[in-house]
Design a protein around this ligand. Sequence first.
Ligand SMILES: [Zn+2]
Length: 316
Amino acid sequence: MTATVGIDIGGTKISAGIVDGEGHIVQQARADTPATEPDAIVATASSLVRRLAAHGEFEAVGVACAGMIDAERSMVRFAPNIAWRDAPLRSMLEEQLNVPVVIENDANAAAWGEFLYGPARDVADMALITIGTGVGGGVVFDGELMRGAYGIAGELGHMRVVPGGHLCGCGNRGCWEQYASGSALVRDAREVMRTAPGLARTLNELAGNDPEALEGPHVTKAAKDGDPASIELLSDLGRWIGEGAASIAAIIDPSMFVLGGGVAQAGDLLLEPAVAAFRRNLSGRGYRPEATWALASLGNEAGLIGAAALARREKR
Ligand SMILES: [Zn+2]
């Protein structure tokens, strides 16, 4: 099978790679994301692809991009970190590169990558839940990436779980990502540091007694070292994840949930409480098969690999 190129346009880095038919990155190049102008981003992405072209052939390019992508996969309607409004990214890149280009939401592309080459490669229905700064997600339904009528399906993080709850960047209150994300974990850990210093001794040591200096990996490290407060914080986070997943199961009934994102590096410390809460909250529990859970396996490259695979499938 011929290789394709995947590009992941993030808020700080643009990463591009030649990906073979088995989902392996055979050559990779990275650059900082320049400012926020679409033209500069297209120029940087194009120069990365040209650099890759010196190392091997490819027949199409897939782009994973944070934001809302239209149903035709041609336009970025809106991107939270980049000043794009209705940017015709596909035609801009095709003009530069002279190969077919497909664009996809980054979480959807990551779900497609984990579906083809990760733990979900043997199932037809899966949901990827990415726990990072926010909660991202993507759904594969009956072997197809679920995109919806307008291309914006699978925004799992904006499912409302707490009416009137924390304000979310999307404009609503009580979204799942306000409770199940790495940001929620940090918010809660800082609260423990401020209000219960006796419990937070380890976290205070790691963050130099400054709650504002605390970051998610501190909590994961402390929990792995056996710190009871950090284990409990991850357990609370896992409970939110599992309860939300049970609601997702009520709608799409996947056979596997894949947990990804930086916070998922906590492994079983997060996965076990998530699965336990999922089982407790599953509708009709005890009378239905239960989805299995797995940790994502493609890491930060899931979006790039998934986008390259979408390009291969959709090359025109
Ligand atoms: Zn929201």
